[in-house]
Every structure is written in C-alpha cells, then in structure tokens.
Design a protein around this ligand. Structure first.
Ligand SMILES: [Zn+2]
Length: 542
C-alpha cells in the first residue's frame, strides 16, 4: 500500500485542484466599487417575481417597465423595437418588444451586450410549467443593468461605445434577436463585437462556451476577463450541436461574439425552481467578473474601434487551469506546438528503444492495449447510458439524457474505475523486475496520434492531448535527470487537475447520454497518467 501512496496523493491533489477551478468567485458587497452580485440580484428579485413568457404578454409588461425604469434612471434613452405580430414555431402569435439603449463612444464603434428578458414557457409535454427566469435569463439582464450602472456612474467619456439589447421571445425561438437581424440589421453597422449572456442551469462557474467564427481577436479581448473560464473544445462541440441562443442569430450574420452561461444543474432549468430564492450569488458575480473588465477594456482602448477590429483568419486554442489562469494561442502556433511535440517525443522514444528500456514490439502492443481500453470505455459508457434510458423509458440521445438518478455519482464512479484500471495496467511489466518503458511509450504514442487527429478534425480540442503530453513528458524527463522518481507525479497532478473541470462541464452540457464519449475522452489522459504514475516503479529498480 505504501508503494501506491505517492500516486494516490498526486491524484487527490489533482482532483482538489480541478474542483477548485470550478468554484465561482465570492460575491462582492453592496458598496463594492466594481461589479456587485448583491446589487445585481435586486433586479433579479423584481424581474423574476413570476413567470413572464412571450405567450403571456401581460406578464412581460412589469419586466420591461423595470428595465426601462432602471436604464432611464441612469440617464440613458431607451428605445423599444416593436416587431409583429409574429407566429412562432409552436403556433403562438405575439408582438415582440425588444429594448435597447446605448452609451456612445468617440470612435463610433460599439460592443453590443445581449440578454433576453422572457422566461421559458412549458413547450413540451414532459416539461414543467412556471419558470420565473431568475437564472435564465435574469442573470444576463441583471449583469447588463449592473454594468450599465457602473459605466454611467463613472461619467468618463468612452473611446468606443457600449450598446445594450434586451430581447423578447428568446425562449420561443430566438424571435427577438432574429427580428433584429432580419428586419433591423442596418442598425447594427457600428457593432463589431457581441457579448451574449445566457443560462442553462442556475449555479456553478460561468463558462464562455461559444464564439463567432475565427475567434482569434475576440479571444484576445476575452483574455481581459477576470477569472476567465473557457475551453476551446467547448466551442468546437457547440458548433456541432443543434442548440442555439440569441448569439446564433448574430453569428449567422457574420458578427464576432462571445457567449457566456452557467451550466450547472439542469434540474432547475426551465422549471419553477428557476426562481430568485435559488440563484447563486457566486455565479452572478462570475458573470460580472468576466464581462465587466472586457467591456471596460473595449470602451477605453482606441484599438478596438473600427469594423475590422475583431476580424481574424483563424481560431484560438485555449483552456483554463486553476481559478484565474487562462492560456490561449493561435491555431498556427498550435500546429507548430503539435509538430514540435511530435518530434520531441518521437526522438525520445527512439532513444528509449535504442537504450533497450523498451522494445518496439512491446511499445506497439501497449499502444494497442491503451487504444483497447479507450474503445472499451466508450462501449461501457454507451451501453450504460443506453440501458439507463431503457430503464427510465426515456428516449436515448447521445447529447441529451437528463435527470438520471445519481448521475454525478455514476459518472465519477465510472471515471474512478477507469483510472484504477489504467493504474493497474500501467504497472504491468513485460519483463518482471526490469524497467520496461513500453506502457509509457504506448500511452505517449496513443496521445500523440490523437493529438494529430484532433489537429485536423477538431482543432479546439488539441490542448486535451498536447498539454498532458507536454507536462507528463517533461515530468518524466525531470524524474530521470534528477533521479527522483516522484517528480514524474507532477504530470499526474497536472493531467488530473486539467481534466476534472473538463469532464465535469462535458457531463453538464451533454448529460448522461454522452457518458460513452466522456469515458472515451477520459481514457487517453488516464492511460498517460497511469503509466507515468507507474514509471516510478521501474525507475526505482534501475
Ligand atoms: Zn435563456
């Protein structure tokens, strides 16, 4: 048991660091100089007193009146953009009233903040009725009002302008945003960046989960966020999903944009439990902490003016690590990084084979073993989610099987089981008592293959392979050079801490339906971490 203690401690440290990254910030008090969740929540208390859907027009009147009143009190002129009557996909007819306001800037360019003020009606037979829209999208509306209040209170003239759009009928088919884009596009000629604030849950960290196409320049802007929380992988996944938010309408017209949402706890989403009593002040604070610095930087810096300021030719690859650390680099730099990693690891593998620390046949065998583990994980996850759907009499969908009892326990239980298998496998030696690096070389090789595949298929996901490869490889080399085997465990700590939030967000976004994909994604870093954790055994006997 003592032999396994360092590895166990490394995994525990990684898990703790990983969950630490998921904690939203502490809400700032009523008199805080910056964004304050406590102040912003007062708007949610008013807006979300009762359900207010586009299918019940009188229920939206007090909500619009509140938003108008708040903006007018800041000295802003509020415009009402009326569209309709419009028939939505559900057969309801409604007249839309979007609300708009702006703080002009010297350059004539504007950043547009968007959120929707309608709450979700019961659209499908199984859905619950009566969401008060405290999170969805009270978070967005309240964040925008708080930001408008802070900007107008400072009275300093802006270099670039900030516009605010509160949309109607989002929940019944993105109607408000679509009407703006289809019937009023000319009014958005001055907008060069759109920030949309959404919610698909009620708590947890706020994720920047979607961007426009070729997001390099928008991501440079997003780096200004305090406690930025985003993974380029999410953008690639979201682009392949049928889901849409108001931002979709803007992106379809070629706008650059950033989209933010909380994802945690679908059991509140579009239900009566989405009410002011259940909001998370930490999450609300996290919206403000990320968006306010971006808005302030945009408003103050002449470089962000002009129509082309956010036009790029490529995407960024990026990820968050620990609370507040955010790493991003261009697609071109990513290709270079992948190439260098491949050369480095292949050279090291060649040297390892040449010095008889492993055989080529053994390495290839281990590459197949780890690939087999990945396929088995995929099959186990798919099978489990499929059987669960059957047992629940629910329709099985790869990206949507919500409300599975004890889903979190089930998901993490399977990940832990997979980790144990990887650890046990990683310790198996072809030649007993002699150091054999074939398991490690196999795991490095498999991750390298996946890195190169991802680089072509889903470039936003390359960091899931390149970062563990880089850190694990460096840790093993460090352990070799210093003759301190325990140094290799740095790779384990890093890999686990990187993947805990990724897997958590993945399971929140795609639910238990995607359990198979989740385990598949987990299998590669766990194969690497398992063999790195056990390469210590071999080193000890050298
Ligand atoms: Zn919404």
């Amino acid at each position: 048991m003592r032999k396994h203690l360092p590895a166990l401690l490394a995994v525990c440290a990684g898990v703790l660091l990983g969950f630490w990254a998921l904690l939203p910030p502490r809400p700032a008090g009523l008199n805080a100089p910056g964004f304050s969740a406590l102040r912003a929540r007062r708007d949610i208390d008013v807006i979300a007193k009762a359900p207010h859907t586009a299918w019940d027009p009188p229920s939206l009147v007090p909500v619009r009146d509140h938003i108008r009143g708040r903006l007018a009190a800041m000295g802003l002129t509020v415009t009402t953009n009326r569209y309709g009557p419009i028939q939505d996909a559900f057969g309801h007819t409604c007249t839309l009233e979007n609300l708009a306001a702006s703080i002009p800037g010297r350059s004539g360019s504007c950043l547009l903040l968007v959120s929707h003020f309608d709450s979700a009606p019961k659209k499908r037979p199984k859905e619950e009725e009566g969401s008060c829209g405290a999170g969805d999208d009270g978070y967005g509306v309240a964040t925008m009002l708080e930001i408008a209040g802070l900007l107008t209170a400072s009275k300093a003239p802006l270099e670039n302008g900030i516009r605010f759009l509160f949309t109607d009928g989002e929940e019944t088919g993105l109607l408000g945003a679509r009407a703006e884009m289809e019937r009023n596009l000319g009014a958005y000629q001055d907008v060069n960046l759109v920030i949309n604030l959404e919610a698909r849950g009620i708590k947890g960290p706020v994720v920047m989960f979607e961007t426009g196409r070729n997001n390099l320049a928008s991501l440079r802007m997003y780096r200004r966020a305090h406690r930025a929380f985003a993974y380029s992988f999410a953008v690639d996944v979201y682009r392949r999903m049928p889901n849409g938010t108001d931002l979709t309408e803007f992106i379809n017209k070629g706008f650059s944009g950033l989209n933010f949402a909380v994802l945690e706890d679908l059991s509140y989403y579009h239900t009566p439990r989405d009410n002011p009593a259940n909001i998370s002040l930490g999450s609300l604070q996290h919206y403000g902490e990320q968006v306010l610095p971006v808005v302030r930087a945009y408003a103050a810096d002449a470089r962000y003016g002009g129509r082309e300021a956010f036009v790029s030719r490529q995407d960024m690859v990026y990820f968050s690590w620990l609370p507040g650390l955010f790493f991003s680099w261009s697609r071109n730099a990513d290709r270079l990084l992948s190439g260098c990693l491949a050369v480095l690891i292949l050279a090291w593998a060649g040297w390892t084979l040449a010095t008889l620390q492993a055989t080529l046949a053994g390495t290839l065998r281990w590459l197949l073993v780890w690939a087999g583990l990945a396929v088995a994980s995929l099959a186990a996850g798919l099978g489990t989610s499929f059987l669960l759907a059957k047992a629940m009499h629910a329709m099985w969908r790869l990206t949507y099987l919500p409300k599975v009892p004890h889903e979190r326990l089930l998901t993490w239980g399977m990940v832990v089981a997979l980790a144990l298998v990887a650890y046990v496998l990683g310790g198996r030696r072809a030649h007993k008592g002699r150091m054999d690096r074939a398991p490690l070389l196999g795991a490095l090789g498999l991750n390298l293959v996946l890195l190169l595949v991802m680089s072509v298929v889903m470039p936003g996901g390359t960091f899931l392979f390149s970062m563990p490869l880089l850190v694990c490889f460096a840790a093993v080399v460090l352990a070799d050079v210093t003759q301190r085997p325990v140094a290799a465990l740095i790779g384990v700590v890093f890999t686990v801490s990187l993947f805990v939030p990724v897997l958590h967000l993945f399971s929140l976004a795609l639910t238990t339906g995607a359990l198979g994909i989740l385990l598949l994604i987990a299998a590669f870093p766990l194969a690497l971490a398992g063999s790195v954790a056990r390469c210590e055994d071999g080193l000890g006997r050298r």
